[in-house]
Design a protein around this ligand. Sequence first.
Ligand code: NAD
Length: 255
Amino acid sequence: MGRVEGKVAIVTGGALGIGRAACLLLAKEGAKVAVTDVLNKEGQELVDEIKGLGGVARFWHLDVTSEDEVKGVFTDIFKEFGKIDVLVNNAGIAGVNKPTHEITEEEWDKVMNVNVKGVFFCTKHAIPYMQKAGGGSVINLSSIYGLISAPDIPPYHASKGAVRLMSKTDALLYAKDNIRVNSVHPGYIWTPLVEDLGKKSPEGVEAFRKHLDSLHPIGHVGEPIDIAYGILYHASDESKFVTGSELVIDGGYTA
Ligand code: NAD
């Protein structure tokens, strides 16, 4: 019996990085996984991999910035799997690394639309299904930069701070419905998102990675599976008394 046996889990931005690791682990632990992403090829390949391992999964194209698309896809997922127990609001982008006075409105909105509005749309359209089912778990990917800041990527840090307090507000709003809402705060995790930051850095990817390693007291950056285990805990009933919490998984970065 898996730790999330029989639960239906939606993962946004599930094709790569942390979302991908979460989809694989949730499926391994018995969940039916709705892998959603804007990347069709990578999403479908992941579903094939999960099925090859004996799990249950299906891919849906989903851009979290479109409320119509979120509504339509969640209706389809409900039709396919019969319920929605877990929502992992994972889709996120870093955006441009510029100081505040150089950022354009368009650059600011791009990050906010994915990282904040996307979480709002997906939560809004998952909650009624969870209320009908008598409970659920919403897991929001914030960041260490939802807890502390750094002198770079201002819209990203603002967006992750917003996600942290959206989680707490929704935790208070929906506790009466047995719907738990928690945020997860990763340190640097080596994923395509972070590798892309490395490619843009003047020192090059390897030097960038070494620099990131040095920021974590544990001596290295994290792997996607480190965060997937935190997501699994919140998706399972092991965390049935946990809501409005901040799960920090950061190798000691914020200690
Ligand atoms: P990633 O770039 O490796 O993967 C993100 C996924 O989201 C991709 O598959 C991408 O296609 C998808 N995505 C992007 N825009 C989308 C949209 N509009 N709609 C749907 N899907 C979309 O990123 P990651 O590093 O795995 O990060 C996952 C989450 O964890 C993000 O919210 C990120 O901010 C957060 N996080 C990551 C780190 C880290 O160090 N990697 C640290 C803290 C927080």
